[in-house]
Design a protein around this ligand. Structure first.
Ligand SMILES: Nc1nc2c(ncn2[C@@H]2O[C@H](COP(=O)(O)OP(=O)(O)OP(=O)(O)O)[C@@H](O)[C@H]2O)c(=O)[nH]1
Length: 303
């Protein structure tokens, strides 16, 4: 592909601003929960969108809004470190909440945050306010900071989202795509779901996480009531590892299951019933080696 473009977009905003909703809408079917293995150490990658020849990689900047009162330079720098790769910054605010304390604190800092980057404003939840109030808010925000562009959107209803994505696509610098297309297009839901559970296990177990641990989605069943039943197996190499994953009285696996189910339900926007089982598969490492010796490449879908 010639003339491809690719870059990073940092979507910042207070909790509840609607970042996840917007991301889900923008990445649409071409969504990817990029695994922690390929995440940069600095930024958490939330999703990848394709817009024509451009690849837009969305990153998180956790904590930017957290220390509300004493948001000093060091704190901003630390929080911002997460998105130092960003080419474009999109500040998302809520139309009906206007300029909140959090936004007020951030505004004077935007200059340093946005240095060398394009900064845009996305006013979300426009379905909740009258046009007049919206125009007033747009004016006040633009008086406070010279945004490159202001978008009035409803992430939930979809208003303005295509325009925002098209604009972001056009702002991406020229260059090769950052992720191969086969990694992002139609990434099977089963893999995404397995990755979510693996991520929760990683978060919960930290260093205790058994090295040879895999999660596989064994069964995916669409139910008539619109919910999905998902069965997954957590494979460990040794019997002793099983206990670590289960935790005392099954407490660890229960909390992992709950967290993973909630994330999956949010992602799918419907109810999910998740069932986890822990099994010992002592030779999985050798097995996978054997597969590759046999020329069975996972990516070809031959397994
Ligand atoms: N009315 C309205 N509600 C919206 C809109 N976009 C998002 N919401 C709602 O706002 C709430 C928060 O949305 P999220 O996407 O979870 O917000 P977030 O910024 O990702 O929140 P954190 O994950 O806490 O950072 C949800 O209940 C959404 O349904 C919108 O355009 N209009």
């Amino acid at each position: 592909m010639s003339n491809t473009r690719a870059g990073f977009v940092a979507l910042i905003g207070e909790p509840n601003a609607g970042k996840s909703t917007l991301l889900n809408r923008m990445v649409g079917a071409k969504v990817s929960i990029v695994t922690h293995k390929v995440q940069t150490t600095r930024a958490r990658i939330r999703g990848v969108a394709i817009e024509g020849d451009a690849q837009i990689v969305f990153v998180d900047t956790p904590g930017l809004f957290k220390p509300r009162r004493r948001l000093d330079r060091a704190m901003v720098a630390a929080a911002w470190g997460g998105a130092s790769d960003a080419d474009v910054v999109v500040l998302m605010i809520e139309a009906h909440r206007g300029i909140t304390e959090g936004v007020k604190t951030l505004l004077p800092r935007l200059a340093e945050i946005g240095e060398g980057r394009i900064v845009a404003l996305a006013i979300n939840k426009i379905d909740r306010v009258k046009t007049e109030a919206l125009l007033q808010l747009t004016k006040e925000m633009n008086d406070a900071y010279p945004f490159a562009e202001t978008f009035m959107i409803s992430a939930e209803k979809g208003h303005g989202c295509d325009a925002l994505r098209a604009w972001l696509g056009a702002k991406m610098p020229e260059g090769p795509w950052l992720y191969p297309e086969d990694q992002i297009a139609d990434l099977p839901m089963r893999m995404i779901a397995a990755e979510m559970t693996r991520e929760k296990l990683t978060l919960r177990l930290h260093q205790e996480l058994p090295y040879e641990l895999t999660v596989e989605t064994e069964n995916w069943e669409e139910r008539e009531d619109g919910s999905a039943r998902v069965d997954q197996i957590v494979y460990v190499a040794r019997d002793g590892h099983k206990g670590i994953v289960l935790g005392k009285g099954g407490e660890t696996i229960k909390s992992v299951s709950k967290a993973s189910r909630e994330e999956l339900a949010k992602f799918l926007d419907r109810k999910v019933h998740l069932f986890l089982q822990v099994k010992v598969r002592p030779n999985w490492l050798e097995e996978s080696e054997r597969y590759s010796e046999m020329g069975l490449d996972f990516k070809d879908g031959n397994t």
